[in-house]
Ligand binder design. Sequence first.
Ligand code: NI
Length: 253
Amino acid sequence: MRLDHCTWFEVDAYLTRCRGIIIPVGSTEQHGPLGLIGTDSHVARAAAERVGDITGALVAPALTVTPAPFNLSFPGTISINAELFSCMLKEIVTGLAGQGFRRFYFLNAHGANLESLTALRCDDPGTRVMTRSWWDFSPVQTMRDDLYGDWEGVHATPSEIAITQIDHRRIAVSEESREPPARLDRATLTSLTGDRHGPPDGHRRRYPDGRVGSHSALARPEHGRQLLDLVVRCVVEDYNQFVSDDSIADQAE
Ligand code: NI
């Protein structure tokens, strides 16, 4: 159930039954020649809304403007600093906790969000905050590996682009984007986890078309459907587990 499609009366009634909320978190940044600027936000939103449909959980509007300073040399990227992002997260959970929400499940799709998300705490008694990135689940990692191997890379990945191809435009593959980018070794790929990239100018010089070890042209909408179905199955189980220890009945006593 989308929060922005509810009336406040409906949210009030929801809170008498359950007190969890799913908050999708993406980015607004370049994703190479074949990925939409909103790739991460589209992926987080698509997964969260499907999980909401299955579990009945409320799904907040996606947080789409987040830290991506390393991509500012590519036109279209919008970035805020990590400090501001952390403040925003804190205000969101504090405000919702004041209304009675107790379980905050952040469904993340952008590595550079993780530092602020994992540091986030809510001070209200009885609240819990959890962050999962859609790629965290081992069956999902296995599927990405089976589909693309090392060509998954770390940015503008074929898997994230495949997921956006379900609901959004598919960009035509050009002569240049048909070719793979420079291959990165495992050590380099690992060192870039969490988007630990340098300043924007150097980042664009190193990765001129925006792909970071990812062969985006391998993306197919049918892969996207398989991946998203699996992500949703994993998140449904994880979310249900996360909210299972919050008993409204206990609270009412
Ligand atoms: Ni991305």
